[in-house]
Write a protein that binds this ligand. Sequence first.
Ligand SMILES: Nc1ncnc2c1ncn2[C@@H]1O[C@H](COP(=O)(O)OP(=O)(O)OP(=O)(O)O)[C@@H](O)[C@H]1O
Length: 391
Amino acid sequence: MIETKHLRKEFGGKVAVEDLSLTIPRGRVTGLLGLNGAGKTTTIKILATLLRPTSGTVTVGGLDPGNTPHTVRRRINLIAGGERMVYARMTGRENLWYFGQLYDIPGKVLKSRIGELLELVGLTAAAGTRVEQYSRGMTQRLSIARGLINDPDYLLLDEPTLGLDAPIARDLRKVVAELAERGKGVLLTSHYLAEVEQLCEHVYVIGDGRHLAEGSPGELMAQTGCHRRVRITVSELTPEVEAAALAFDDRVRIIPLAESGGGAVERRGARSGPGVVERQRAGSVPDSVERQTAGSVPSSVERRGAGSGPAAVEGAGLGGGIAGRVLTDGGAGDVIRTGAVIELSHPGDVAGALTKAVIAAGGEPSGLEIAEPSLEDAILALSDRSMAVVA
Ligand SMILES: Nc1ncnc2c1ncn2[C@@H]1O[C@H](COP(=O)(O)OP(=O)(O)OP(=O)(O)O)[C@@H](O)[C@H]1O
C-alpha cells in the first residue's frame, strides 16, 4: 500500500498540505476530494515523487521514495487529465514505445505490453496515427496507456476525465474500475463526483490541506446528514395539510409558494437545520438558486449549513408545473399563499407514506420529486464546516 503519515508541504510561507495521513491499498480506487486549492494536486505530486514533502513520511509498498526513488518510480505512475502527457508528433504506438524505453523495459516485453494496452484503451486501430490527429478523448486514453506502460502497482489519477465527453469519460471509468479489479491501487481526484461515487470504495475529503473526513461515499453522506430529499407540491396549503405534514416527521419543512406579494415564509419542523436566511422582493433575482429536475441529482448545489436543506428554490420543475419562489423570511403578512412544497430529508423511503398523510389531510399533491443525496452535498457540508473553523 501507499501510506502517508503527517504529511506537510509548504510553498514559501504557504501551507498547502498539513498533517495528512492517507492509506491507498491495492485492489481498489481511493478518492481524494476537496474544493479548489484543498491540496489534492500537491498531495498527488508528493506521492508521484515530483515534490518532496516539507515533513512527514510517504512509503510505497514499504519503501521510502526519498531513499529509493528509482525503485519507487517503477511501481507508480501518474496521469493528470489537465496536462498533455504524450507527444503530438508521434503516433500512439511510438509514444508508448518511447515511454516504455524510459523504464528500460526489454523490447519483447514492451512490444506485447503496448499491444495489450492499446487494446485496453481501444486505440489498436489508431496506433499508427499521429497523436495530433487524435481527438481529445483518444489522447486521454493514450495518456492512460502511457500511465500503465511500466505496469505500476499504483496509479495516481488527477482529474483523468477532465473535459471529456460523457461517453468517453464512461469508457475511461470502466478502464479504471478494471485496473482496480486487477489489483492495482488507484488514487483518484475528480471534480465529477458522480464518477467518484461510482468508482471509489473509500474517499478522503480534505480542506486547506487537512484531513476533514473519510469513508465510503454513503458513509460520508450519512456523516454529514445528507439524505434523500422528498418534495411534494400541493396546490393549496391548508392548516390541516400543514399540521399533518409536520406531524408526520418533525424534520419536514413547509415551503409556501408565493404567487404574489413581496415574499414568502418558510416554516420548518423542530428538527430541521438552520439553513440560509434570505430576503427577496418579487421579481428580483435570488442570490442562490438550486435547480433540479424531478428525480435527478441536483446539477448545482448551493452552499449551505451542514445537514440543512436548500433555503431557496426557484422554478424547481416540480410536477404539476408550479414554479414557485421560496424564501425564508420572518413575516408572512403580505403573502398570498396558493400552495407549498412539503420537503423532507430522510434516510428512509418515506415518499409514499408522506404523500398518503398529505392526501388524508385533504391535500392535493400536484408534484412529487425525490432527489437522491449526493456526494457533492457531503463535500460542501464538510468544506463549509472547515471554512467556519478556519474563519
Ligand atoms: N508551487 C506552488 N507555489 C505556491 N503555492 C502553491 C504551489 N502549488 C500549490 N500551491 C498552493 O497550495 C494550495 C493547494 O493547491 P493544490 O493545487 O494542491 O490544490 P488542489 O486541491 O489540487 O486544487 P484544484 O482543485 O484547484 O486543482 C493552493 O492554495 C495553491 O495555491
